[in-house]
Design a protein around this ligand. Structure first.
Ligand code: ZN
Length: 253
């Protein structure tokens, strides 16, 4: 079987600006995720970052991507509209997209969801997060228990003004009392989109085994399926169409 071609995209700013974040992710968040995915021979993994030409997402790079993983926060506005639009079209055409954490504010996520504002409550005090699996049997939770916990995370709380997800996989509970829809699946065109909440840059979330397992499962789930070339517009009949009495009358009229 051909490996699934994954591109891990990262804004890669916090890691270069903040010593604490750099200590957690010395090679960047993208390399922490890519390094884990590379241990699976079913994946062929490359990375791309904001400051590369075309943000590392040239036509050629996107043509070689089955699943794109997206982490952004500080610089959503610096992502060029043309690139966001190109990625949106690719997803509609079947490319999988996994949007992580603060990627809810990205142009790509908002365009695909059809909304210009995706708001939520937040608090980066480093509290416990418990992610409850609410769709047992979903491919994205393969190998997980009833729930898993992250000892320290940023809180994201409801209301989260997203369109209702097609499938909800996780609900998070936070130590401070809030809850949040933290694993949301959507289909857009031929593409599959998964939003996964954890991953604030000041905590070592992308070294956590269960978080990495979810991302790896999500790549398998979001990968394009083989299918027929889709056609739209006027269709020639497959069978010859017999004349009904009503149509016969119309013809004579
Ligand atoms: Zn954050």
């Amino acid at each position: 079987m051909m490996p699934i071609r994954v591109t891990v995209w990262n804004e890669y700013r916090h890691e270069r600006q903040n010593e604490h974040v750099a200590r957690i992710y010395p090679q960047g968040i993208h390399e922490a995720i890519a390094g884990h995915l590379r241990t699976n021979p079913a994946f062929s993994v490359r990375t791309a970052v904001l400051d590369e030409p075309e943000h590392g997402l040239t036509d050629e790079a996107l043509d070689r991507t089955d699943v794109l993983i997206w982490w952004g926060h500080l610089a959503h506005d610096e992502v060029k509209d043309e690139v966001a639009e190109k990625v949106r079209k690719k997803v509609l055409d079947g490319m999988g997209l996994i949007v992580l954490h603060s990627g809810h504010g990205s142009k790509i996520f908002q365009r695909l969801l059809g909304t210009e504002t995706i708001r939520l409550q937040w608090r980066d005090d480093g509290e416990k997060e418990r992610l409850w699996v609410v769709d047992h049997g979903h491919p994205i939770v393969n190998g997980l228990g009833l729930y898993f916990e992250l000892p320290q995370e940023e809180m994201y709380g409801e209301p989260f003004d997203i369109p209702p997800p097609d499938e909800l996989v996780f609900i998070s509970w936070f130590e401070g009392g809030e809850v949040f829809r933290s694993g949301c699946c959507y289909k857009r065109g031929k593409g599959r989109l998964f939003y996964f909440r954890p991953g604030h840059e000041t905590f070592p979330t992308y070294h956590h085994p269960e978080v990495l397992k979810v991302i790896s499962n999500a790549v398998l789930w979001a990968a394009p399926r083989q299918g027929a070339e889709v056609r739209y517009g006027r269709a020639d009949p497959i069978e010859s169409i017999g004349k009904s009495p009503a149509r016969d009358k119309e013809d004579k009229a």
